[in-house]
Design a protein around this ligand. Structure first.
Ligand code: NI
Length: 167
């Protein structure tokens, strides 16, 4: 396994759109393993392939407290959305930035697993949020895109300030 470099906002590669995975083969499984390793190492709850500069429709996540419930979705598609929730989100591509985003409360997602088998999953609460956030990444959409202009500007300034401190 290998750690992957996570792209940081405002890298234009984060705006790319991912292609569907045609064959779930060993290559794809290696990407999934590397994404999990990277996500756990960075203490994130979710990661989309776009964030590691791989333009394929692959997302991984683990929203459990003891980091013991890995989920991998290949070619994920939300087929049912219900209700609304408004919770604080963060993103490995926006270190230090957190804000509230409106999402569907409950979803049903359809995807392929690591073996290429189709499955459906009902999700709510943080798992539902995470799936919606990561699927957005595959379409080049970032969580700050859901915020007001004023809040987007605030997030951008905060990131710039943090970066200046790093150098
Ligand atoms: Ni993210």
């Amino acid at each position: 396994m290998a750690l992957l470099h996570v792209l940081q906002f405002p890298d234009p590669l984060l705006r790319k759109k991912a292609r569907s995975v045609v064959n779930v083969d060993d290559n794809v499984r290696k990407i999934v393993d590397d994404m999990f390793e990277t996500m756990y190492e960075q203490v994130g709850v979710g990661l989309a392939a776009i964030q590691v500069n791989i333009q394929q429709r692959i997302i991984v996540m683990d929203v459990s407290e003891n980091r013991s419930q890995p989920y991998c979705f290949i070619n994920p598609e939300i087929i049912i959305r219900e209700g609304v929730q408004y919770e604080t989100e963060g993103c490995l591509s926006f270190p230090g930035v957190f804000d509230k985003v409106e999402r569907a409360a409950k979803i049903r997602v359809k995807a392929l697993d690591k073996e290429g088998k189709s499955f459906e999953l009902d999700a709510e609460d943080i798992l539902s949020i995470c799936i919606q956030h990561e699927i957005d990444h595959l379409d080049g959409i970032l969580f700050v895109d859901h915020l007001s202009r004023v809040k987007q500007e605030r997030a951008r300034k905060k990131l710039e300030k943090m970066r200046r401190k790093e150098y």
